[in-house]
Design a protein around this ligand. Structure first.
Ligand code: SAJ
Length: 401
């Protein structure tokens, strides 16, 4: 069997590599020639533990090859980004472009799967585009939606072990897609229809966003009430049916901070909690900015000089180098732009250079700072002893107890 993966990003490339490792002949397709070149040279274009060795192996044994255009295969997988437009409306133009690139190559019996996070109804809409252009294939293709679920940083394990939800536009399509994923998934494969599978992905990430919003709301209430939120959550979680997540400086990344909008854009009247969670998590970053600015003003009043401020961490979550949609970056930008003349040191130990900020070593910044804003709970920061002479704004629970 020969399969074509369209989109060699954080999800498409690892899935293609794992499928190749399990015996499927893979053509990986990306419009970016640099990614194609790197992939064919066995070089991973992003950081993911263990993945590059596996890529080298499947390139070397001829199981995986990359190109800028699709070729005739037996199965096609669309794994391209679905960003949102200015008004938070989902942008499915990449999914449509990928679908159109495969369209002329499709033949009877082929499997066509969308993995990209997509608004409800996208798979049916792509099927309609395909059948409008290739009416002779109507009812002869297998078209399905199967969302990815892996956590960046743990991709090799999760791609194989996580359960998958598979929804075809008809029963035969679901069967055919289930057959494909059985090549490499040892988790359970759950069958449904394409609309439910699309909504399931959006539901998973919205659920996490809502739960994080609850923790963030609690953190702002506790700040007013003079209660340590970390300790409070630990105690509440001793209840057998309570499991509160951790507050932070907001929600970042390209999944949880994005996917809920695909529901709120389509169902604005019904999606009340989901919309509220988005605004609470967005507001949490603004709240952190205000906290830092107020600390700067207070320091100046108390000490009669401008403080040194350390902004600790830019990544959107701990121990990674990914800065996309990161609330920490937004907070650092806003503090630097309006810091009342304070010296602001920006720290991100997992990144060598940043286009906007001059980065400072984390222990050096901590040593020099009068005010420390903990933005990302990197392991390195947990090694810094709590210094009571500094004003430490611990937004991410470095010093929980
Ligand atoms: N966060 C908190 N408090 C928490 C947990 C997370 O503030 O208790 C923040 C993080 O700091 C980060 C954001 O949430 O800013 C998102 O991080 P994450 O680790 O929750 O998730 P992602 O975005 O790396 O990956 C998610 C995962 N979805 C779920 O856990 C439901 C992953 O399984 C999905 O495959 C991925 O989105 C995706 O691609 O959709």
């Amino acid at each position: 069997m020969k399969a074509c993966f369209i989109g060699l990003g954080y999800i498409g490339l690892p899935t293609a590599i794992i499928a190749a490792k399990h015996g499927v002949d893979i053509l990986g397709v990306d419009i970016n020639p640099q990614i194609v070149e790197m992939t064919n040279a066995g070089q991973l274009h992003f950081i993911e533990p263990g993945m590059e060795d596996m890529l080298k192996e499947v390139v070397k044994n001829g199981k995986l090859r990359a190109a800028t255009k699709p070729e005739v295969c037996d199965a096609y997988f669309v794994v391209v980004p679905t960003p949102f437009k200015g008004n938070h409306e989902p942008d499915v133009s990449y999914v449509e472009a990928a679908t159109r690139s495969a369209l002329p190559l499709l033949k009877e019996g082929d499997l066509f799967v969308i993995e990209s996070t997509s608004p409800v109804g996208t798979t049916e809409a792509m099927a309609a585009i395909i059948y409008a252009e290739r009416p002779e294939l109507k009812g002869k293709l297998h078209i399905a939606y199967c969302p990815e679920r892996v956590l960046p940083g743990n991709v090799i394990y999760e791609l194989v072990h996580n359960d998958r939800v598979i929804g075809g536009i008809d029963e035969a399509s679901t069967d055919k897609a289930m057959e494909f994923y059985a090549h490499f998934v040892t988790g359970k494969l759950h069958r449904t229809n394409s609309r439910t599978a699309e909504m399931c992905k959006l539901t998973e990430n919205s659920s996490r966003d809502v739960q994080i919003a609850f923790a963030n709301e609690l953190s702002m209430i506790c700040d007013k009430a003079g209660i340590n939120v970390w300790h409070l959550i630990e105690l509440a979680n001793k209840h057998p049916r309570v499991n509160i997540l951790q507050p932070g400086c907001g929600v970042g990344g390209h999944c949880i901070a994005v996917d809920p909008y695909f529901i709120t854009a389509a169902f604005p009247e019904q999606a009340k909690i989901i919309a509220a969670a988005r605004s609470i998590n967005n507001y949490k970053a603004d709240w952190c900015v205000e906290k830092v600015k107020n600390a700067i003003l207070k320091f100046e009043l108390d000490h009669g000089r401008k403080p040194v401020v350390a902004m600790m961490g830019l990544a959107f979550k701990p121990n990674i180098d990914d800065l996309r949609e990161s609330p920490a970056v937004k907070i650092a930008e806003e503090v630097v732009a309006d810091c009342h003349g304070a010296a602001v040191l920006v720290v991100e130990p997992n990144v060598a250079e940043h286009k906007e900020f001059k980065l400072t070593d984390y222990s050096e910044a901590y040593k020099q700072a009068d005010i420390v804003a903990m933005l990302t709970a990197h392991n390195q920061f947990k090694t810094l002893p709590y210094d009571e002479s500094k004003d430490i704004l611990d937004f991410c629970g470095i010093y929980k107890k």
